[in-house]
Design a protein around this ligand. Structure first.
Ligand SMILES: *Cc1c(COP(=O)(O)O)cnc(C)c1O
Length: 405
C-alpha cells in the first residue's frame, strides 16, 4: 500500500550539502579513495576522540579486517550474539574461526554471564553488538577479556552517536584506560549516518591500524610505496593477499556532511523515541524498548516487544495489520540459529540461546528516523495502539484457549 498517509520503515536524510559535495567530487577528477576519504577519516577520529579510523566500503569489511588484522583464524573461537545481522557471524567464518553464540540479557544485548559460560581454551575474541544503538555492558566484557587475555571487537553498526559512561561508543573509556581492540561502524543506507554503502574501523592500536590499512587495499604496503616513490608512481609491493575494502571519495563526500549532522539526527531520534514511549506507555499489550541511565542510546531502532500473552494475534499478524494500514516495520533480528546455514551451529549446546529465541517472537521495530515528521510518529503510535486494543486477549478468550488445550 502506498497512499499519502503511509509511513515507510526508513527514509534517508540527504540534504543539499551532501548533494553539492558529491557533485564537486564528480567534477574534481578524483573519484576513488583520496582527499575526501582522508577528511572523512580525520573528522571521524576527531568526533570519537580516537587515534586511528579507516574508512571501508562496509561494516562487514571493517569487522573482517579487524579479525584478520588480529590474526584470528582456524582453531579460534569468537563469542558473539544471536540477535544480530548475519554479517557479524559470516566474517568469523571468513577468517576460518568458529562462531560461538552467547545468550542475550533482558536488554537484548550480549549477557556477560552467558559469555563466561561459553569460554574455552580456544576463545580468542568477544564480539558484542550494541543492538538498536543501546550500548552493551562493556565494563563486564572488558573485565572478562582482561582476565582471559581475549580481544574485543565491537560491532557498532547501530551505535554511531551512542555514548557509554560519558564517552562516544568506539572511544572506549579513556578515564579507566579501557578500550576494545577495534570498533566497526556501518554507513549502510538505513543506518544513523549513511554513505549509501560504507563503514569505518577504529582502533587505539597503531600496529593493528597499519595491518588493517595494508589488508584493506590488496595487501599493498603504503610504506613500501613511499620508500620507492623515487622510482615513480608506478611502483608498489604486495605484502599479503589483501582485500578490496576501500571507500570511494564519492561516498566519503556524503559521509563528511552526514557526520556533521549526526548530533542533530540523534537528538531527533531521541525526541521521537520519547514521544513513542509517552504515547505507548499505557498500552499493556506492548513492552517499551530498554534504555540505560549510564548511556546515551543512539536510537537506531525503536523496537517494541509484544506481550503475546495479552494479545489474540501473533507478531507476524501484527506486522501484517500495520502493513495493511501503510506502516512499514521490520524485525531485528531473526536469531542466527534460525537461518538454514547456521542451523548446524545451533545444535551445539554452546550455541543454545533460549532467551534470544523467546524474545524473537515478540520483536517489532517501528519506523524511527529524522526524515519522519512528529505527526507521522503520532500516526504510527495511534495505529499501533489501536491494533493492540482491538487484538486484546480478553479473559474469556484466554479461558477458551486454555479449555481447548
Ligand atoms: C547493518 C549491520 C551490519 C553490516 O553493515 P554493512 O555496512 O551493511 O556491512 C553488521 N552488523 C549489524 C548489527 C548491522 O545491523
Amino acid at each position: 500500500m502506498n497512499n499519502e498517509s503511509s509511513v515507510p520503515f526508513h527514509r534517508p536524510s540527504i540534504g543539499e550539502e551532501e548533494i553539492g559535495e558529491v557533485v564537486q567530487t564528480l567534477t574534481s577528477g578524483w573519484l576513488t579513495t583520496g582527499p575526501r576519504t582522508a577528511k572523512f577519516e580525520a573528522d571521524f577520529r576527531k568526533y570519537l576522540g580516537v587515534p586511528h579510523a579507516m574508512a571501508t566500503n562496509s561494516c562487514t569489511a571493517a569487522l573482517h579486517l579487524a579479525l584478520a588484522g588480529l590474526n584470528i583464524g582456524s582453531g579460534a573461537e569468537v563469542i558473539t550474539t544471536p540477535l544480530t545481522f548475519c554479517a557479524t557471524v559470516n566474517v568469523i567464518l571468513h577468517v576460518g574461526a568458529t562462531p560461538v553464540l552467547a545468550d542475550v540479557g533482558a536488554d537484548g544485548n550480549m549477557d556477560p554471564q552467558s559469555v563466561r559460560q561459553r569460554l574455552t581454551e580456544r576463545t580468542r575474541v568477544i564480539l558484542p553488538v550494541h543492538l538498536a544503538g543501546l550500548p552493551c555492558d562493556m565494563v563486564s566484557l572488558w573485565s572478562i577479556a582482561r582476565q582471559h587475555n581475549l580481544h574485543v571487537i565491537e560491532d557498532c553498526a547501530h551505535a554511531a552517536g551512542a555514548h557509554y559512561r560519558g564517552w562516544p561508543v568506539g572511544a572506549g573509556c579513556p578515564d579507566t584506560d579501557d578500550y576494545s581492540d577495534a570498533c566497526a561502524f556501518s554507513f549502510y543506507a538505513t543506518k544513523n549516518l549513511t554513505t549509501g554503502e560504507g563503514g569505518m574501523v577504529t582502533t587505539h592500536d597503531g600496529e593493528l591500524a597499519d595491518s588493517m590499512r595494508i589488508l584493506c587495499l590488496h595487501g599493498i604496503s603504503k610504506d613500501a610505496w613511499n620508500r620507492y616513490s623515487d622510482r615513480g608512481h608506478w611502483f608498489y609491493q604486495v605484502l599479503a593477499p589483501g582485500f578490496k575494502y576501500n571507500l570511494s571519495d564519492i561516498q566519503s563526500a556524503i559521509g563528511i556532511h552526514q557526520l556533521r549532522k549526526l548530533e542533530s539526527f540523534i537528538e531527533t531520534r531521541r525526541r521521537y523515541a520519547q514521544l513513542y514511549n509517552t504515547l505507548l506507555g499505557d498500552v499493556e499489550e506492548v513492552e517499551l524498548p530498554h534504555d540505560k541511565p549510564d548511556c546515551r542510546h543512539a536510537w537506531h531502532l525503536y523496537t517494541l516487544r509484544l506481550n503475546l500473552d495479552k494479545l489474540s494475534i501473533g507478531r507476524d499478524e501484527f506486522i501484517e495489520v500495520l502493513r495493511a494500514k501503510g506502516i512499514g516495520t521490520s524485525v531485528h533480528f531473526i536469531p542466527i540459529p534460525l537461518h538454514p546455514f547456521f542451523a548446524a551451529y545451533s545444535q551445539r549446546a554452546a550455541n543454545r540461546c533460549p532467551r534470544a529465541m523467546a524474545i524473537y517472537h515478540r520483536l517489532i521495530s517501528l519506523p524511527l528516523y529524522p526524515a519522519m515528521t512528529e505527526e507521522q510518529v503520532r500516526q504510527v503510535a495511534d495505529i499501533t495502539k489501536e491494533i493492540a486494543r482491538r487484538s486484546r486477549r480478553t479473559a474469556m478468550v484466554a479461558v477458551r484457549a486454555a479449555a481447548a488445550r
